[in-house]
Design a protein around this ligand. Structure first.
Ligand code: URA
Length: 422
């Protein structure tokens, strides 16, 4: 077997065998297959796709490349959520304590952000003292004691994905349903997920731009999940506009707290309630309606916020020390009309340029940096109205703030949840 024959097969749109996929993963991990060869194969996969059996093999050998977390000492099946990434997506910060407060354990591994999308671990690390690097024993003990822990995934959790994802990121080979599904699902299986709610983001600020591809991805992930004894539900949700108003790490923690303390409602709150309800319904094996009642009660009575504070304290975070040290600027409009678009991708890029995200893995983050969107779709704006508030320590002179559209007529309100696939 050799890599050139395998690349040629995929280039000719042929099906790879289980042995060939095993050969690729093991030999790429031990450096026998070079980055340039792997890039070529990945591009052929992006262009020609993979069938169900190829995706199963890819997921299996990615999974076998590293350790699996054993959550059985918890004595219960945990609930997990995963978002395919977007702009202003702080749902994990809200949903996890909400679900844990309903008696469903959440033992979650998350990642850092890259490019225009944020990562849960960066948001948590914006809280001074918060430790995202617990040992497996500390992690399990915390979940046992308070029902919730979120940590950064260990080096040996699907190392094949770490290596391949880094290569995909710089070779234009991220956007393939087969590659995304095997990447996400191998990590979810390795981290012990049983009850999983997947939030597949669709739109300009997401990896997946169209609903048809999102449906394809959802169906692939559901099949993989079911074959691995998972209960799994996919939500296809809007990422043409950002989720909530705040983008940037401290700003997003602040918005999460506003939701958990009932100071704010709107689409972010609605999506969090829906995700949490599905997680509680799966975790407790109860109906959606029963789960929703518990979720709404725990949000309203402050039980979810109490759980959030307990979780932050358990991982040594100190919210009283979380302060924004940044210059504040207001971006005003010099036109008038209905706000009909706030492009999520461009806002995500701008937020990164302000210091809130990383262009490259090695870049450091300014936790104070980011954007608050002060208006919502279909608001009528007059000349001089503030559209965004910018927080940054960078020079803003060369940045482009003209990333919203005003029109003479309002538009149909954007749909938050496009579809739910089970
Ligand atoms: N997130 C992942 O973990 N993997 C992908 O391939 C895409 C998004």
């Amino acid at each position: 077997m050799n890599i050139i024959d395998i690349i040629t097969k995929k280039k000719n749109n042929e099906v790879l065998t289980d042995e060939e996929i095993k050969f690729v993963i093991t030999n790429y991990l031990n450096d026998n297959i070079k980055d340039y060869q792997m890039s070529s194969l990945l591009m052929a996969i992006v262009l020609n796709g993979m069938n169900e059996y190829e995706i199963d093999s890819l997921t299996k050998y990615m999974l076998e490349s590293g350790d699996r977390i054993d959550l059985s000492p918890l004595g219960t099946k945990v609930a997990d959520k995963h978002s395919t990434g977007g702009v202003g997506d702080k749902t994990t910060l809200i949903v996890s304590p909400l679900v844990a407060s309903c008696g469903v354990k959440v033992a979650k591994m998350s990642g850092h952000g890259l490019g225009h999308t944020g990562g849960t671990i960066d948001k948590l690390e914006a809280i001074p003292g918060f430790n995202t690097n617990l040992s497996e024993e500390e992690f399990l003990n915390q979940v046992k004691n308070i029902g919730l822990s979120i940590i950064t995934s260990s080096k040996n959790l699907v190392p094949a994905d770490k290596k391949i994802y880094a290569l995909r990121d710089v070779t234009g080979t991220v956007e393939s349903p087969a590659l995304i599904a095997s990447s996400i699902m191998s990590k979810k299986i390795a981290s012990g997920s049983h009850n999983l709610v997947l939030d597949i983001k669709v739109g300009s600020g997401a990896l997946i731009k169209d609903l048809k591809t999102a449906e394809e991805l959802a169906n692939i992930m559901i099949k993989i999940g079911k074959k691995n004894n998972m209960n799994i539900i996919c939500l296809l949700t809007n990422m043409d506009i950002p989720l909530g108003n705040n983008i940037g790490n401290i700003l997003e923690v602040e918005e999460a707290i506003a939701i958990l303390t009932n100071k704010k409602d709107g689409p972010l709150q609605k999506l969090c309630i829906t995700i949490a309800t599905y997680m509680v319904s799966l975790g407790l094996n109860i109906s959606y309606e029963e789960a929703e009642k518990q979720v709404l009660d725990n949000l309203k009575t402050g039980k979810a916020y109490t759980k959030f504070l307990e979780f932050i304290k358990a991982q040594h975070g100190d919210l009283s020390k979380m302060v924004k040290n940044a210059q504040v600027y207001q971006v005003k409009t010099n036109k008038q009309g209905y706000l009909t678009n706030i492009d999520a991708y461009k806002l995500g890029r701008l937020s990164m340029e302000l210091g809130a995200g990383r262009e490259n893995k090695e870049d450091t983050i300014d936790y104070s940096a980011g954007i608050i969107v002060n208006k919502k779709i279909n608001d009528y704006l007059n000349v001089g109205d503030v559209v965004y508030t910018i927080y940054t320590n960078k020079d803003i002179n060369n940045l482009n703030f003209d990333i919203f559209t005003l029109s003479n007529e309002p538009i149909n309100a954007p749909q938050l949840i496009h579809e739910i696939i089970k």
